[in-house]
Design a protein around this ligand. Structure first.
Ligand SMILES: Nc1ccn([C@H]2C[C@H](O)[C@@H](COP(=O)(O)OP(=O)(O)OP(=O)(O)O)O2)c(=O)n1
Length: 156
């Protein structure tokens, strides 16, 4: 678990402060990475709703269109990884410009996902909690530790 690693007490919100050293020089442990607490999913929903309202774009933002837009943005994320071979955690060797492009494309996916959930009346943060509870039931840590088999392959 990521939370057990590091131990510097410092967190990395992905800002430029961690540019050249993705590892602590003494321990070679991966540096702890966490998100900023804000904006929340509800903040993102509200900001995108304002963006859409101000442009009179709700007429285009039906669920199906938002889904297609989101999948298109997933494709743009894929383009950044295409033909590179395997990419290690932390994206060693990627330029700042490539990292910023990735941040943009992942954000586009997130923005459309949040608006899609809103337009489908899915309370996304609560739905994530419910789904993660189900995942824990389906994949008890004691049973599946270190194995990536799908749940249908376990015969306790
Ligand atoms: N009808 C639209 C068009 C755009 N956006 C917002 C949500 C996305 O965050 C971003 C998507 O903009 P683009 O369609 O211009 O896509 P890109 O920013 O990826 O540009 P490009 O396709 O040129 O890479 O803008 C939106 O909400 N509704």
């Amino acid at each position: 678990s990521n939370q057990l690693l590091g131990g510097t007490g410092k967190s990395d919100h992905g800002a430029a402060s961690s540019h050249s050293t993705a590892h602590n020089s003494k321990t070679e442990q991966p540096q702890r990475f966490t998100f900023s607490p804000e904006p929340t999913m509800e903040d993102i929903r509200r900001m995108q709703a304002e963006f859409t309202d101000e442009r009179d774009w709700n007429q285009f933002h039906q669920p199906r269109n938002l889904l297609l837009a989101m999948v298109g943005e997933v494709g743009e994320v894929s383009e950044l990884f295409q033909w590179r071979g395997e990419v290690a955690e932390g994206l060693p060797g990627w330029t700042e410009s490539e990292r910023e492009q990735l941040a943009h494309e992942l954000s586009d996916v997130m923005i459309y996902l949040v608006e899609l959930a809103e337009k489908c009346r899915v309370d996304l943060p609560q739905a994530v909690l419910r789904k993660m509870a189900l995942n824990k039931l389906k994949y008890p840590a004691s049973k599946v530790h270190g194995s990536a088999k799908k749940y249908t392959e376990y015969k306790d």
